[in-house]
Design a protein around this ligand. Sequence first.
Ligand code: NAD
Ligand code: ZN
Length: 392
Amino acid sequence: MSIHLQRITVRFEYPVYFTRDAFDAGNTDLVDALAWREPTRRHRALVVIDGGVASAWPSLSRDVVRYFDAHSGRLQLAAEPLVLDGGEAVKNDPAVANALQNRLHDVALDRHSFVVVIGGGAILDMAGYVAATVHRGIRVVRMPTSVLAQADSGVGVKNGINAFGKKNFVGTFAPPFAVVNDGRFLETLSRRDKIGGIAEAVKVALIRDAAFFGWLSEHAELLAACDADELQALVRRTAELHLAHIATAGDPFELGSARPLDFGHWAAHKLESLTKNRLRHGEAVAIGVALDTIYSAAAGLCDRGTAESVLGVLHRVGLRPWDEALTWTAPDGRFLVLDGLNEFREHLGGDLTITLLREVGKALEVHEMREDLVRHAIEQLRRHESASIGPR
Ligand SMILES: NC(=O)c1ccc[n+]([C@@H]2O[C@H](COP(=O)([O-])OP(=O)(O)OC[C@H]3O[C@@H](n4cnc5c(N)ncnc54)[C@H](O)[C@@H]3O)[C@@H](O)[C@H]2O)c1
Ligand SMILES: [Zn+2]
């Protein structure tokens, strides 16, 4: 018998542009994003647009066509831009992904062509999954349009759709070809979604960057007022922290069991499913982060002052660290949200590994969570909610 150990190393690189007015003919960032590997070729692309973005920017499809015309020596549209509904529904209904596969087949995109996706995190995840599996991987240029997507999901390496009531049950790890973050898009995002995206900034600041948490605290009121410059600064720093983690933490495709960027997410994902997406991802993350922070204090891992300041910042930026779904129970009295722990373990594989808080800027990992302390943390959040209803 003999064994051959096969070793393959693949290097991934993708530029992330921070720009404004990407479809102005004079702005060449998108051309560069498509052409950076092969500058002399003419590149063919299908552009997919989030319906929410298309409604907010009625001339967008025309602007895209005009942009491709203005750069016709280097770019070519495979078809008219395709507008699909946005929001979590595109991840919940497999027919949407199937229809997009059909479309890629119809326009005969090959593996050197591009899908350019303009939209929120949900459509980026869905279209990214479709593109990653058609021909085993078509190139994707992401143009995230929400705070959450520009700061987190759009610059990362994952995609996916939901199935069997579970978030991201079907999906792949597939780094994008390039990312173009156009700050102008954020102008039309609803206040609800602007604030929701801030939750991922609080999350990554807590586990990685105490100074950034301090900045979030100092700027909380301006952020709550959706000040454009403040949100832009938040997006930039949050994206940098996510990018740095993916590049340097040693496990970009999450082959191990630890997943620090998913701090607060075991509960968040469960709350999204339990509420049938009444809670948006960012809103659920704010609750999950609050829950795991209070748990950390209750378990003696961080001090109570830390937990207080986390709740304070969430509250001041306009996030509500509470939802009734936290208290929904199974017939045997068990809190349904606790099922999120097992689902999280299953999604990661291996041992349950939950990221908790040691202090602001420093995380630690545990391999079990005590049910009584989770209940205690939920009770604390309920009290905090009752106490804060007055001044709201
Ligand atoms: N792949 C990852 O690593 C990763 C990481 C974090 C979150 N996510 C996923 O991202 C999704 C959440 O993304 P989201 O917060 O962007 O929500 P979303 O994509 O659901 O968008 C929210 C709403 O805003 C609209 N919208 C988006 N941009 C707009 C704009 N500029 N103007 C007007 N309307 C606009 C959309 O049409 C939608 O109705 C979740 O599915 C979550 O699981 C993925
Ligand atoms: Zn998230």
